[in-house]
Design a binder for this molecule. Structure first.
Ligand code: NAD
Length: 553
């Protein structure tokens, strides 16, 4: 009998409802992904990212929960695209859950075929952390955006954006994190947005400081703050295809330019000469005309971005395909500025750095405060990390179970995991901590439009790496491991893997954490050594990561 949608939240506290903490953690995180504070459309089991789901249907959800409650410490549950399909006897070092989401055979890996199979009830879209039960709400977006701007600062401005203006557009779901991330990195953000409601919402949520009355006013506020090296974010109402070229002709002192309008979908980018009120009607009545006009506007927008680059600004594509859309409109220099991963994130990937995240199974925010302090104490030399932890503690409102994210690299994640395990064992934390990460990580993703764009050796589309990542995490003692297709950029365009490991305070957990949190980022280091990145080779040599092809016979 089909079971009905209902409101679910993760159980809290230190009492087990399962046989062991790894099973309990999976159960709580599955529920947490569907907490109404966390999920976009919990009734439909949709967590985030379009249709990224935590379970195929409510019947599957109930069967997963029931199975986890009875699962022994030497058993493993298999989940196929959100549906529990088997339980096998394994051993205590094996993951308690193995998950495969949205995978399709090469020639069949299209949205059309996926949607046909989904309609038959045979698969679901797992996104990245939706179907692998480790989504922590919008904090992940804010932190990833902060990390990108911190990397821009590191690369070009001596580690801080103080005294710089970043011009960007789009204050939507993802883009709305930009002003706060830029001010957290010390800079001034000038944000162009066509929809007044989006500007008001960002101000209301504390992500944007103020709205300017006009472009002149915005520029005056921004240049004053730049001169005083004071962080400030200013929203200005307007169309980026008009405003960005105008700022270029005004010789505005812009230091960094990017964009997070929804350019990946030309029906979601407003053409320059269309009013916001006419948007929906024109897009549905004459979509082809709308797309042509949107692309023409994007070409003007990108041409101005290239103009800023010619004038010396730091310019990058923020993962929204605006370069490709401008090129479709006939603008020939669209790809003159890079995507954000090759420009800033790849050096971090060479160090095995990526989005380490954790959640407090107790449900008590105090446990996150304790772990925040522990991480800051472990890495006192990392100023950007310290600034993030301090500001996150002040500004991030928890959604669902209290959680935190920060970027840590090879040789760091295992130390943090072991410290959390000690804090659980000593009783300083009220209940175990669950440790996972986004799939956008150094060794766990193949995605030629994003994480593996422009690899040095041309290996962008090689998908062996995320598979090896999942296999080694399985062999190292992770609590649950997943292999997904199509997250982030869509079906046919990516393959990625996730791992989650539980710090329950036991000596066994310590051994597992040490191995998983060493080997997981280790696959990022070896992936980049293999692709020929000098920095990865240096990291491997300095930290003792073994790469057979570089060892003497
Ligand atoms: P969204 O649809 O919520 O917001 C887009 C905003 O752009 C809206 O507020 C809209 O009003 C505004 N806009 C549209 N046309 C405009 C124009 N011509 N001028 C000014 N403003 C305009 O989208 P989102 O969730 O914020 O995502 C933004 C983009 O980032 C998407 O293309 C998304 O795919 C991409 N993205 C990037 C990453 C990453 O890692 N960098 C990850 C996921 C998604």
């Amino acid at each position: 009998m089909a079971t009905r949608p209902r409101t679910v939240r993760a159980p809290r506290g230190a009492d087990l409802t399962c046989v062991g903490w790894p099973q309990e953690a999976a159960l709580r995180m599955l529920h947490n992904n569907l907490d109404p504070e966390v999920a976009e459309r919990p009734d439909e089991l949709v967590v985030y990212g379009g249709t990224g789901k935590a379970a195929r249907d409510w019947e599957s959800f109930d069967a997963i929960a029931r199975t986890l409650r009875g699962l022994d410490d030497d058993e493993t549950l298999l989940v196929q695209s959100g549906r529990p399909v088997g339980v096998f006897q394994t051993h205590e070092w094996a993951p308690r859950v193995l998950i495969a989401n949205s995978n399709l055979v090469g020639d069949w890996a299209t949205w059309d075929e996926f949607r046909r199979l989904e309609a038959l009830g045979l698969t679901m879209y797992g996104q990245m952390t939706a179907g692998s039960w480790i989504y922590i709400g919008s904090q992940g977006i804010l932190q990833g955006t902060y990390e990108t701007f911190a990397a821009v600062a590191e690369r070009r401005f001596d580690g801080s954006l103080a005294g710089t203006i970043t011009l960007t557009s789009g204050l939507g779901g993802m883009g709305g994190a930009q002003p706060l991330a830029i001010t957290m990195a010390g800079g001034v953000a000038l944000c162009v947005e066509v929809d007044p409601a989006r500007i008001a919402r960002r101000i209301e949520h504390g992500y944007l400081d103020q709205q300017a009355d006009s472009l002149d006013h915005a520029l005056r506020l921004a240049t004053e703050a730049r001169a005083a090296r004071r962080p400030l974010s200013v929203g200005v109402l307007g169309n980026a295809a008009d405003v960005v070229p105008r700022l270029l002709t005004m010789d505005a002192p812009i230091d960094v330019v990017t964009d997070q309008t929804s350019a990946h979908d030309p029906l979601a980018y407003l053409p320059a000469d269309v009013a916001v009120e006419d948007w929906a009607e024109l897009a549905s009545a004459r979509p082809e005309e709308f797309i042509t006009r949107a692309r023409e506007s994007m070409a003007r927008h990108v041409e101005a971005m290239v103009g800023f680059q010619d004038a010396g600004a730091e310019v990058f594509d923020y993962g929204n395909s605006i370069r490709a859309e401008a090129q479709l409109a006939g603008y020939g220099r669209a790809f003159e500025f890079p995507g954000f991963v090759p420009a800033y994130i790849r050096p971090l990937f060479c160090d095995g750095k990526g989005p380490f995240r954790w959640a407090a199974l107790s449900g008590d925010p105090h446990d996150i405060a304790v772990t925040d302090r522990a991480v800051a104490e472990l890495f006192p030399e990392n100023e950007s990390l310290a600034r993030w932890l301090r500001m996150a503690g002040e500004k991030v409102h928890f959604e669902g179970l209290p959680a935190r994210i920060c970027w840590l690299g090879y040789g760091e994640r295992d130390r943090a995991g072991l410290r959390f395990n000690e804090l659980v064992a000593s009783g300083e934390l009220k209940a175990p901590i669950v440790i996972g990460r986004d799939h956008l990580d150094s060794g766990s993703v193949a995605s030629p439009y994003r994480e593996t764009e422009a690899m040095l050796d041309g290996s962008d589309a090689i998908a062996d790496w995320p598979l090896l990542n999942a296999l080694v995490n399985t062999a190292s003692g992770a609590s649950w491991v997943s292999i997904h297709h199509g997250g982030g950029v869509g079906i046919g365009r990516s393959l990625h893997a996730g791992q989650v490991t539980v710090a329950d305070g036991t000596p066994l957990a310590a051994q597992k954490l040490e191995r998983v949190l060493t080997n997981d980022p280790g696959t990022g280091v070896i992936r980049h050594v293999d692709a020929g990145y000098e920095r990865a080779a240096e990291t491997a040599a300095a930290r003792g990561v073994r790469v057979p092809m570089t060892e003497d016979g």
